[in-house]
Design a protein around this ligand. Sequence first.
Ligand code: BGC
Ligand code: CA
Length: 346
Amino acid sequence: MRRRKILAAGIVFCMCMRSLCACESQQLSGEDKVRVGVAYYNQSDTFLNELIACFKEELQSFESDDLEVTVTVRDAAGSQRTQDDQVKEMLDAGCNVLCVNLVDRADPSEIIDLARERDIPIIFFNREPVAEDLMQQDGLYYVGAEAEESGIMQGELAVDAIRQNDRIDRNKDGKIQYVVLEGEAGHQDAIIRTENAVETLKSNGIALEKLSYQIANWNRAQAQNRMEQMIGQYQNKIELVLANNDDMALGAMDAYRKLNYTESALPVFFGIDGTDVGLQAVRDGKMAGTVYNDKEGQAEAMAKLAVAAATGEGMEDIEFENEKYIYLPYQKVTPDQIDEFLDEEA
Ligand code: BGC
Ligand code: CA
């Protein structure tokens, strides 16, 4: 009995002290500070750098007299071990919400354990963990886009271009000879984009002949190198290049430029993302089209969710699929409406 009384008195005392401190110093309480820790797989990735820049901007818009928002960003340089360590450091430094772009999307367990111990929410983004991992506890979310949709749109862009321009079938054999530049093996956006783009062309009655495909890990320099090899093998037989992202489409163009191909001997190139350089290539008529990967939308959804998850306020306003997922739609970008996208960027 006595012990209980002492305990009760203690609690009352603490509560008074807390409210006193809060009044006196006018400082923001823990819940009024959103300390975001961002971990991403590689700083050489064009799309992610643009997405993270947007995310920082979006977060700023949440700052007010009542809410302090800070962001720390760490690049894992392609190592999951490094990323696990970085996440631990950010948590030790007091981050109260994590945004994680996994290096290995099949291996989030260490990061999930670290967050569970401290009861910190995690928003995974762009590199989607498998559903079983996301479902294992509360406070785990994913923000991204549906790979299938981007593949279908890329296929549709190619269908339209091929129908409108019979010079694309340069050897006039009624078939389109194509090659694919693929993103990292195991990434949700690589194979699914390729399959859906190719299926869409076929189901629209375009006869195709696949010459080759190469993995270039989303990377422009690697894509240039792989494309040089394919050009070496097929010379001017290639009529269409489907790239899983803009950087690889640009790398393919670099290869042709380096080999001094004339305009009339070039294939048509399609990318995905609508990065700054990607959009410029569409505007300049070098890339036939791309698919906009809505980084502004993704950044906005991440910021809103990060603030809500860290403060515990506003979660009810957020719409999820399957209680954990937010997917932003893609959009087709052709030279005709390129100005809309360039305006948005500006
Ligand atoms: C983007 C790529 C990017 C990759 C990184 C994809 O969704 O389209 O440009 O390199 O994500 O994870
Ligand atoms: Ca042909």
